[in-house]
Write a protein that binds this ligand. Structure first.
Ligand SMILES: Cc1ncc(COP(=O)(O)O)c(C=O)c1O
Length: 449
């Protein structure tokens, strides 16, 4: 076997080929072409169930799982999770549109965001979203104005920044001092904003929101965030008499990408047990009823449910090593340059072979860092072989970078109902569909050279 498989949905069949949910991935690539995203419906459902079960076991109040659609807004994926009962966390008007189009019930949608304009608040209130998370005072007053104009109550959580240390890549650490998100707890700013919000007419403050960062592999920071929120609730309750109905701890639960991370995976049960204990004991001590807990996982729900299949276009020897060129490239993956993302690679059509050489995987794009994986131990790879890039479900398609006019690949979903196309690939016509050449240019003839 080559490559480390993230879950039991993968296997190697009698022909030595990698399968997902029993489907031969080499056959799928043959039928649909490459590059191709392949998503497992079964895995999406499992991931959701695992989270729900963990909180059912450890929290006696209500726990809501809201899928952060920013991680992957393929409509069929949002739909699968919504049918299981997930809420949706949307960060922008367009993400809200995706969730509504996928059929998520508006009252199960949270609109978070960094700096919304009136039109976005209007759209959210008209759609009837369940909760709006306000980030800072100017937003609060914008929302009050729009809600007043529409004559509807805005159900609101206020995002706070616990200003703590968050062990993840700095680009995706959000609950740290000086971050652009939320209102700061330690300086007293958050308390002031709650005071201001509680005096408004159309804004109904129902709770507190935080999101400390993404790709966090340890439980401890979440426990610390929960405990800081409890401390803040004590202050809010003592000084303003506020009793939160909701406590939203955001998302951020990590998944293993690197082989060494598989040895210490993020422990959901431990998270649920420790966070529930902090909140339950804290609220009991304060004499308050248990809040409804909200979590907004993105990565955890989708990352390991999707892979990218890519064909080997060529093998290039250089004085410093061997490059395997694929028909997939870094722009089909999450912003690799931003977060140094590691992806596990498997040679699909020879999955049973042991590694025998060290290679790097490159895409065909016109920039030096279009390198998907560096110095990996693999079996001998030949042109025409098929590679699976694993765990690409989170922040790949949704943060796609256009480069060299490469069209976006299609996505198929695997389930017990078969293999279904859930997103077609971009066509060459799609690439030019938004452009206009003004008639004066179109009908002009080129200067003779
Ligand atoms: C407000 C909010 N909630 C949830 C998430 C989801 O994070 P993750 O995919 O790491 O679970 C994010 C990600 O940036 C976010 O900004």
């Amino acid at each position: 076997m080559n490559g480390r498989l993230p879950h039991g949905g993968f296997a190697v069949n009698r022909m030595g080929r990698l399968t997902l949910d029993g489907y031969d991935l080499a056959e799928i690539a043959e039928r649909f072409g490459t590059p191709l995203y392949v998503v497992s419906e079964e895995r999406l459902k499992r991931n959701y169930e695992e989270l729900v079960e963990a909180f059912k076991t450890h929290y006696t109040g209500e726990a809501i799982i809201a899928y952060a659609v920013k991680a992957n807004f393929t409509l069929a994926i949002i739909r699968v999770l919504a049918l299981k009962g997930a809420w949706a966390e949307t960060f922008t008007g367009p993400e809200l549109h995706m969730a509504l189009t996928a059929g998520v019930r508006p009252e199960r949608i949270l609109l978070t965001g960094a700096c919304r304009v009136e039109a976005e608040f209007r759209e959210a209130l008209e759609a009837g979203v369940g909760l709006i998370v306000v980030d800072f005072p100017q937003e609060l007053h914008r929302l009050e104005k729009v809600a007043g104009e529409l004559g509807v109550e805005a159900r609101v959580l206020i995002r706070v920044n616990p200003a703590m240390r968050v062990p993840t890549h700095p680009s995706i650490a959000t609950g740290v001092r000086g971050a652009k998100f939320g209102v700061d707890i330690p300086s007293g700013q958050a308390l002031k904003v709650f005071e201001e919000a509680l005096a408004l007419n159309w804004v109904k403050v129902l709770g507190i929101h935080t999101h400390i960062g993404s790709k966090i592999m340890k439980v401890k920071p979440f426990v610390e965030a929960a405990s800081r929120l409890v401390g803040f609730v004590e202050e809010l309750n003592g000084k303003l008499g506020f009793k939160p109905e909701y406590l939203d701890l955001g998302g951020g639960f990590g998944v293993p990408y690197k082989p060494e991370e598989f040895e210490k995976p993020f422990d959901l049960n431990l998270l649920a047990r420790r966070v529930s204990r902090v909140i339950t004991s804290g609220f009991k001590r304060l004499g308050l009823g248990l809040p409804k807990l909200i979590f907004e996982p993105g990565r955890r729900l989708v990352a390991d449910a999707e892979i990218l299949l890519a064909r080997v276009l060529g093998v290039k020897e250089t004085p410093t090593g061997k490059f395997i060129f694929l028909d997939a490239s870094t722009n089909h993956l999450s912003p690799v340059l931003l977060v140094d993302q590691y992806y596990e690679m498997v040679l699909v059509n020879k999955a049973d072979m042991e590694p025998s050489e060290t290679v790097s995987f490159a895409g065909p794009l016109c920039f030096t860092k279009d390198i998907i994986a560096v110095n990996r131990r693999m079996p001998k790879i030949e042109t025409g072989d098929l590679i699976a890039i694993l765990s690409v479900g989170a922040y790949c398609k949704s943060s796609y970078m256009m480069h060299n006019a490469q069209p976006k690949p299609p996505t198929v979903m695997l389930s017990k109902h078969g293999i279904e196309m859930v997103q077609r690939g971009e066509t060459l016509n799609d690439l030019t569909a938004r452009d206009f050449i003004p008639p004066r240019l179109y009908h002009a003839s080129a200067e003779p050279s």
